[in-house]
Design a protein around this ligand. Structure first.
Ligand SMILES: Cc1ncc(COP(=O)(O)O)c(C=O)c1O
Length: 437
């Protein structure tokens, strides 16, 4: 008897006659080809140079080279900073912005601007970058570590509700891998509890929710333009402020020449020449890069999204594979790589086995466990804190996401053929999944 293809098998009703359900069929059908791991043919065959071109990051071109060289030639270095700030402000529609030397200095300035009494608690995800939760200690604030939602890898509001104390003053969310947090519900709760909402948008350049750009939902927020980020300028950051008072404090913290630019009634104007003891302004060459990168940001974000969707629409058909949930009113971007959740317990094989099989097929796949802040030495040593943070016993959301994700590459050029090969490689591995177990 001629073997059925999957399509004819379903079409002819052979599923029913064989007494199998569709779910059984995946196991019953003989795998088309041997896994590459077991000596079969490799599915993905993309020349190394092409793959390198598709995935190259960061992407600086002639416009960036010219901008940098022009700036070196014209000596008007510092004019570049207000120009970049103006363009970023217009793009994000933020009332006030300030260019900083990196995202970390923007965070530190933001904590200074908050001006909270010693011992104030600020909720932050433990699944974040170290400076987001550590820089507050310079101002005697205490991180309260909040879990992430395993469906999104972003801020878990229910966990925040459990951890609220009378000392909590602010809540800082992080749009992990470019996916916006649920800013509407978090915002409503924060307002109800009298908490200041802060936004770490270091991963989310160009992302928006309900038409409003990330970085403008919080009272204050930050971006990073570090090399790996969605809009890179080697090193750089931006502070985002809804209120003039916060902007002036944050800007003057790291820029002693800023106060004179503030209106006459500003209480910060008197600090011209001193600022508040730091020097955090952005490097003008970074601003020159940032201005050029901003011009191509939306186009590149859209292309990356198109490629991710073309791939994920097939991969999420496979059993146990899902992508972080993005609401219809959220426009996400993709930072670093394409994160997929794989339910290894349900599937009965390990991530190690999956990676080996996919890599043998030629798929560029890896994982990266975000270092959970609450487990790091510095938070548990009393000597670094006047008000030591509480260390949570467990963070099930972090643990699940770290153990059950894989990362696939982002393609920054048209790549329908490569995407097709990736889909085939996954389908082949899934048809052999019993062997992986
Ligand atoms: C979530 C998050 N916040 C803040 C930062 C700090 O940015 P920067 O590296 O520009 O100091 C980073 C950088 O990796 C980050 O990933």
């Amino acid at each position: 008897m001629k073997p059925h293809s999957r399509r004819t098998f379903i079409k002819t009703g052979a599923v029913a006659t064989a007494g199998l359900t569709l779910a059984d069929y995946a196991f019953a059908a003989p795998p088309a080809e041997q896994l590459a791991l077991a000596g079969g043919p490799k599915t993905v065959n993309v020349p190394t140079a092409r793959f390198a071109a598709l995935t190259k990051w960061p992407r600086y071109g002639e416009a960036e080279k010219k901008a940098v060289c022009d700036l070196l030639d014209n000596n008007k270095y510092y004019q570049e900073l207000p120009l970049f700030e103006k363009e970023w402000q217009e793009y994000t529609q933020s009332p006030f912005v300030k260019a900083h030397m990196n995202g970390s200095s923007a965070l530190t300035s933001m904590y200074f601007a908050l001006d909270l009494p010693p011992g104030s608690e600020i909720m932050v995800p433990s699944y974040t970058f170290v400076t987001a939760s550590l820089a507050m200690r310079f101002f005697d604030c205490v991180p309260i570590f909040v879990d992430i939602d395993p469906h999104t890898a972003t801020f878990d509001l229910e966990d925040a509700k459990r951890k609220l104390t009378p000392r909590t003053r602010a809540v800082e969310v992080m749009h992990s891998w470019g996916l916006p947090c649920q800013m509407d519900t978090i915002g409503v709760w924060a307002r109800e509890k009298g908490l200041i909402l802060l936004e770490d948008a270091a991963h989310a350049h160009g992302a928006s929710m309900q038409g409003r750009k990330m970085g403008t939902w919080g009272t204050m927020g930050i971006f990073s333009f570090q090399t790996s980020k969605v809009m890179p300028c080697i090193e750089g950051g931006m502070g985002m402020y809804q209120q003039r008072e916060h902007y002036e404090r944050a800007a003057a913290f790291g820029e002693y020449t800023d106060p004179v630019k503030f209106p006459k009634d500003s209480p910060i104007r008197a600090y011209e020449g001193t600022g508040f003891g730091q020097k955090y302004r952005m490097h003008p060459l970074a601003a020159a890069l940032g201005r050029q990168q901003l011009k191509g940001l939306d186009r590149l974000n859209a292309l990356v999204e198109k490629n991710v969707k073309a791939l994920n629409q097939h991969l999420t058909q496979l059993e146990g594979v899902t992508e972080p949930v993005c609401r219809p009113d959220q426009q996400r971007v993709y930072y670093h790589r394409n994160m997929l959740f794989v339910d290894f317990k349900k599937l009965g094989f390990t991530r190690d086995a999956l990676l080996k099989a996919l890599r043998a097929e030629g798929v560029d796949v890896n994982f990266w466990d975000y270092p959970e802040q609450h487990k790091l030495k510095i938070y548990s040593e009393a000597k670094w804190w006047h008000h030591p943070p509480a260390i949570p016993a467990s963070m099930p959301g972090n643990a699940y996401v770290n153990a059950n994700h894989i990362f696939l590459p982002l393609f920054y050029e048209e790549a329908p053929d490569v995407i097709e090969q990736y889909v085939k490689a996954f389908q082949k591995v899934w048809s052999h999944r019993k062997e992986l177990a």
